[in-house]
Design a binder for this molecule. Structure first.
Ligand SMILES: Cc1cc2nc3c(=O)[nH]c(=O)nc-3n(C[C@H](O)[C@H](O)[C@H](O)COP(=O)(O)O)c2cc1C
Length: 119
């Protein structure tokens, strides 16, 4: 399968990336892509009418994949801005975006007793 792995954090010791890489190792015959979300510009209506290459690439990757696995830390009882920004980009146009009908698995992790559930 052609699967997109989306992490909510990108530092060198990210546990979210470690979880996604472990999934990748378990399914060696599948085709995984790891989009870099931390260098995307923030969503803006102005950029949306003339999308930069990084956004076009992400839209293509989401449109072409058969499913998405997200792994994210919890940041202040919410989702890290880098992941939310990527979701904002691929969620438009509303009700007809590349995300429509796309199977998505969401994994969260954090140090709290609820393990990132609020993200
Ligand atoms: C800005 C920031 C906010 C955080 N907020 C929360 C939080 O609300 N709840 C929680 O349990 N952990 C919180 N954490 C801890 C991270 O969720 C936790 O360290 C996580 O394992 C980091 O994942 P990563 O290694 O993939 O970056 C926060 C960390 C940071 C840097």
């Amino acid at each position: 399968m052609n699967i997109l792995l989306m992490s909510g954090s990108f530092h060198s010791k990210s546990k979210s990336i470690a979880v996604l890489k472990m999934i990748q190792e378990y399914f060696p015959s599948d085709n995984f892509h790891f989009p870099k979300l931390d260098d995307l510009p923030f969503y803006s209506e102005d950029l949306a009418v003339n999308k930069p290459d990084s956004i076009l690439r992400l839209l293509d990757q989401v449109g072409e994949c058969e499913g998405i696995i997200v792994c994210s830390p919890e940041y202040n009882h919410s989702v890290p801005a880098v992941l939310k920004n990527a979701i904002d980009w691929v969620s438009r146009p509303a009700f007809n975006s590349v995300l429509k009908d796309k199977p998505v698995t969401i994994i969260t992790q954090a140090n709290s007793p609820v393990g990132g559930a609020r993200a």
